[in-house]
Design a protein around this ligand. Structure first.
Ligand code: NAI
Ligand code: MG
Length: 359
């Protein structure tokens, strides 16, 4: 089966780590006999903005819409283009236009990486955060009245639809079903937010009926954040509304170490539109140009993309390769400085690509 992949390096270290992501994909394609066609795009970058006065061409939807997936680096150069313009003019457009209603982030403690949580070893932390990505608390319903007077009032309504909740829950339950522990945790706050959150809970209970082999629990968001830190080993798949998921999807990966390794995906599960895979980190202007950016976040995103495209074995091979190279440690592998080594972006990328090929 062949797949058309849009490659968008973007800005800063996105430009440095992207070639390593592509190298890993090529290694996996070689080993698993996949036919991956890459098309590189220069838009969704501040360079493009400087040349054209906008982040993307007017027909970006047509250019990207027929792709099977978007492999993204990072966007943003705040010295040159304000962040709200670069981000809203690119990534957030993709999310909306391509209905990428699932934001997925693995939170997995890898070998050789020190968790900021004391006493945690690889195996202790291995779960996913599934965030609803299109509605909920991040709505444009509301407004401001009596501006500038003593009666000044602002209202922003949470919008939860049955369709919106059910489809993200379905994705989360399905994901839990693919994992050995088969456990799903729902983030709620039905004790305080007394209309939308009880409804969320109701939909979880309803969906659970269709997945009898998945064990389900729920926590209020306040104690849930505490439990991420105190008992990260309790979790397998955690599903949350847009706001709660936003918080959990930063906290989860933070519990597993360096920002340089964390991947993420914005997914349209039905495949009506391309899904987007990118490292969690941004363009890191502070280290751009030094060749020391950690490429693992980009490479792990490639693994998520392979899995999404139906090649779970290839995705697993990429994650296994990352784990083996990390386990070798800075003495035996060219790890980048954020991992305590002295390797370059390219050296680490090459080593992982070799590990993918050799299996
Ligand atoms: P950042 O993630 O770019 O950097 C935060 C810190 O982590 C920096 O000290 C950086 O050197 C370090 N770091 C990040 N990635 C690394 C890697 N692969 N290897 C080693 N060290 C790494 O976040 P920051 O500085 O807040 O934002 C910089 C720009 O990136 C801004 O324009 C921001 O809007 C944008 N950004 C874009 C994102 C995206 O494209 N999805 C996500 C986050 C930020
Ligand atoms: Mg966030």
């Amino acid at each position: 089966m062949s797949h058309n992949i849009a490659v968008i390096p973007g800005d800063g270290i996105g430009i440095e780590v992207m070639p390593e992501g592509v190298r890993a994909l090529e290694a996996a394609a070689h080993r698993f006999n996949l036919d991956l066609n890459f098309t590189e795009f220069d838009f969704a970058s501040c360079d493009y903005h400087e040349r054209h006065g906008k982040m993307m061409p007017d027909d970006w939807r047509d250019q990207l819409g027929s792709m099977d997936a978007i492999f993204f680096g990072a966007v943003g150069m705040p010295e040159r283009v304000p962040d709200h313009i670069s981000l809203w003019g690119s990534l957030l457009q993709f999310r909306r236009a391509f209905d990428q209603y699932v934001n997925l982030r693995p939170c997995k403690l890898m070998p050789g990486i020190k968790s900021p949580l004391a006493g945690r070893a690889p195996g202790d932390i291995d779960f996913y955060v599934v965030r609803e990505n299109t509605e909920g608390e991040y709505s444009s319903v509301g407004g401001k009245m009596f501006e500038g007077t003593d009666r000044e009032v602002v209202i922003q309504d949470t919008v939860m639809t049955r369709t919106g909740i059910d489809r993200v829950l379905k994705f989360a339950f399905e994901l839990a079903g693919t994992r050995p522990r088969k456990k799903l945790t729902s983030a709620t706050k039905s004790n305080g937010i007394s209309i939308t959150m009880p409804y969320w809970d109701e939909r979880v209970a309803e969906m659970a009926k269709s997945y009898p082999d998945i064990s389900v629990d729920k926590f209020h968001i306040d104690i849930l954040t505490a439990n991420f830190v105190l008992h990260p080993d309790w979790f397998d798949v955690v599903v949350a509304s847009n706001l709660f998921g936003d918080i959990l999807s930063d906290l989860g990966p933070a519990c597993t170490g360096t920002i340089g390794v964390a991947p993420s995906a914005n997914i349209n599960p039905e495949g009506h539109f391309p899904s987007l895979f990118e490292p969690v980190h941004g363009s890191a202007p502070d280290i751009f140009g030094k060749g020391i950016a950690n490429p693992i976040g980009q490479i792990w995103s490639a693994a998520m993309m392979l899995e999404h495209l139906g090649h779970a074995d290839a995705g697993k091979a990429v994650v296994d390769a990352i784990e083996r190279v990390l386990a070798a440690g800075p003495g035996d592998a060219p790890l980048t400085p954020d991992l305590g080594g002295r390797g370059s972006t390219g050296e680490l990328g090459e080593t992982i690509a070799e590990a993918i090929k050799n299996g």
